[in-house]
Every structure is written in C-alpha cells, then in structure tokens.
Write a protein that binds this ligand. Structure first.
Ligand code: M6P
Ligand code: ZN
Length: 210
C-alpha cells in the first residue's frame, strides 16, 4: 500500500476512479436492494421490487489506506490508522422504492466525534442527517456543492434525480461505521416524491431512543 503521494482521476459522468499504476488500490462496495431490508417505508413496494431482481442501489469506491498491520494505531473496527483520511467516490443510482428515492443505508461514525466532507460531482440529491440528541437537517446536493457533516451527525445520501448521484467523500481513518442505530430506529426524516417533487416528510416508523 502506498505511503508516498499519489493521484487518481474520477471519470465523469459516472464517478468511477481510475488509477494508472496499480491494481487493488480501491475497495469497491456494492449495495443491492436486499441489503436495505427494513429501511424503506413502503415494505410492500420493497418486496415487489425485490421480486423483480436484486438491483444495485449504490456503489462506493474507497481508496485503501494503511492498516494496523502496517504499524498504525488501532482505533476502530476498520483498523485504519489515526491520521489517515479515507476517501473515494459514492455513486447512488436513480430510482425509487414506492415513492421513496434510492438512498444509502446511512450511518453514525463509531467514533462519534468525527466529521466528513462531501463534494458533489454529478446528479441531484439530498443529505439527510441527525444527531443522537434528535436534531435533524436535510441539505440539497448539486454539482459543485460542498457539504460539511459535523461530528455526531449521522448521514444518508438520497438520489432525487434522473441520473447517478456522484460525490467525493473524505473522513478520518479511525471513524468507523455504526449502522446498527439507524437499522433499528431509522432516520427521523424521509425524502419521497410528491407531486413530482422531492419532499421531506416525517418517518412514520422512526423511534426515539428513549
Ligand atoms: C459515503 C461514505 C462511505 C460510505 C458510503 C455509503 O460514500 O461515508 O464511508 O460507506 O457513503 O454509505 P453507507 O456506508 O451508509 O452505506
Ligand atoms: Zn460517514
């Protein structure tokens, strides 16, 4: 794994990174519909769509960074060194489950006090966010926009457009992902299509932590 400066290109449209002098430098994560069971409000629409095939909802290309075995301090499940910055591209495909747009699982960072930066390269969307203290926020994503997700804020990307939503993300190497909290209680807000427009609504199944 590289510990000297390096570059890569992100091809647009599409968002797939290209490296010129190495293989296996990116981790590719593919999340199909079946990985999102219980996350969409309309369970019937979810089952109906799944019956037609296990569509890919989104893909993530993340640059590999040095791990514990390379002599860094273990600080999270992912064993990436303190001081490293994990980064790559996230590609959320367009589509809907019922009237709810394709979206990422969403997560808190295991090390809650870590932030993340997104830069939007292509497409249209929303970032749905909330804190354990039950504050919430939704920010629009469009090309050229930078979004800062502060420490403590869970985050989920939603594709509200007709093409891939492509973002560049950067976050601390030791942050880790806590998926369990969101899997259990969901986000407070959903983004659905209403009268042809992306609309923010309360999640009827959201549960307070109390
Ligand atoms: C962003 C980053 C990644 C994350 C991805 C997909 O690109 O935050 O670390 O993996 O979104 O989101 P999720 O992990 O919630 O499925
Ligand atoms: Zn994150």
């Amino acid at each position: 794994m590289r510990s000297t400066p390096f570059t890569f290109d992100i091809s647009l449209p599409g968002g797939v990174p290209t490296v010129y002098d190495g293989t296996d430098v990116f981790i590719r994560i593919v999340r199909p519909l079946s990985a999102m069971r219980g996350q969409y409000a309309d369970q019937e629409a979810y089952e109906a769509l799944l019956a037609q095939g296990d569509a890919v909802l989104y893909e993530v290309y993340e640059m590999r960074r040095p791990q514990v075995a390379d002599g860094y301090i273990e600080a999270a499940d992912e064993h990436v060194g303190l001081g490293e910055l994990l980064h790559g591209t996230s590609i959320v495909h367009p589509g809907k489950v019922g009237d709810e747009y394709f979206m990422t699982k969403g997560h808190f960072h295991s090390v809650l006090d870590t932030a993340e930066v997104y830069y939007v390269l292509q497409g249209r969307g929303m970032m749905v966010m909330e804190t354990p203290e039950e504050e919430w926020a939704v920010e629009e994503l469009r090309p050229g926009r930078v979004l800062y997700v502060p420490p403590r804020w869970a985050h989920r990307s939603v594709n509200t457009g007709q093409e891939d939503l492509v973002t560049l993300f950067v976050y601390p190497g030791h942050a880790g992902h806590d998926y369990g909290t969101i899997e259990t209680r969901g986000f407070r807000k959903l983004v659905i299509e209403r009268d042809g427009q992306p609309t923010i609504v309360d999640n009827p199944r959201w549960r307070s932590q109390e």
